[in-house]
Ligand binder design. Structure first.
Ligand SMILES: O=C[C@H](O)COP(=O)(O)O
Length: 248
């Protein structure tokens, strides 16, 4: 039985002060045996988030795959381990589109995180043009083939994969529950093709893209959707609390 996981992705938002206030407002509400709740925070807010988290899990939003070296501005997995994060988002479409992340570098990041015992939250999803061209399934399978290459079946079973259609991110134009379910089922099937039944049954698949308090319940009712990755609606304590209350 997969335990649902709902994670807020703050992106480049929240100072340490704002993070402390959010954790004080939300962490107590997030206590649940039925689901895991968490937030992804910018590097500068991670220590504050970890300090304030008894119930929420804390994720970084990116990492580098090398441990040390001449990589100005980057943060390594051992550095994240030291801060105490348990999860790390990799391959978000904003990183793929604006910062040059590829399936190959995302795969290296996944490997390094798994070695360190940090759970990757791997993001994939098609552009609007690919959606319009009927290429969604092809894109999902190709991204997963590259990003999940040469991992162990058990490791993949322990991961979280977020299916986020790019056209639904921050637009208010969320996928229908039928489309979201269908695409999350394709994600699971691709994991089955690559790593077998057990990995496919264990991997948790999130939907992301304009998830709000008013649509979270319908997504969570879908058999292949095990959670959500939430941008805008995770920034205000009140709306994230509403999402938690509706799903715990
Ligand atoms: O990682 C989160 C996604 O980019 C979704 O963002 P959104 O909920 O603001 O559409």
């Amino acid at each position: 039985m997969r335990k649902p996981i709902i994670v807020g992705n703050w992106k480049m938002n929240k100072t340490m002060k704002e993070t402390k206030e959010f954790m004080e407002a939300v962490d107590g509400v997030a206590a649940s045996d039925n689901a895991t709740y968490g937030i992804g925070a910018p590097y500068t807010a991670l220590a504050t988030a970890v300090a304030g988290a008894k119930n929420l899990i804390v994720a970084a939003e990116n990492c580098h795959f090398e441990d040390t070296g001449a990589f100005t501005g980057e943060v390594s997995v051992p550095m994240l381990q030291e801060v105490g994060v348990t999860h790390c988002i990799i391959g978000h479409s904003e990183r793929r589109q604006m910062f040059g992340d590829t399936d190959e570098t995302v795969n290296k990041k996944a490997k390094r995180l798994i070695d360190a015992g940090i759970t990757p939250i791997l993001c994939i999803g098609e552009t609007e043009a690919q959606y319009d061209a009927g290429e969604t399934e092809k894109v999902i399978r190709e991204q997963l083939s590259g990003s999940l290459a040469n991992l162990c079946p058990k490791c993949v079973g322990n991961m979280v994969i977020a299916y986020e259609p790019i056209w639904a991110i921050g637009t208010g134009k969320s996928a229908t529950k039928e489309d979201a379910q269908n695409c999350c089922a394709i994600v699971r099937d691709q994991v089955r093709v690559m790593y077998g039944d057990e990995a496919a049954e264990n991997v948790r698949v999130q939907y992301g893209g304009s998830v709000k308090p008013n649509n979270i319940v319908e997504y969570m009712a879908c058999p292949d959707i095990d959670g959500a990755l939430i941008g805008g609606a995770s920034l205000k304590a009140d709306s994230f609390i509403e999402i938690i209350e509706k799903t715990k």
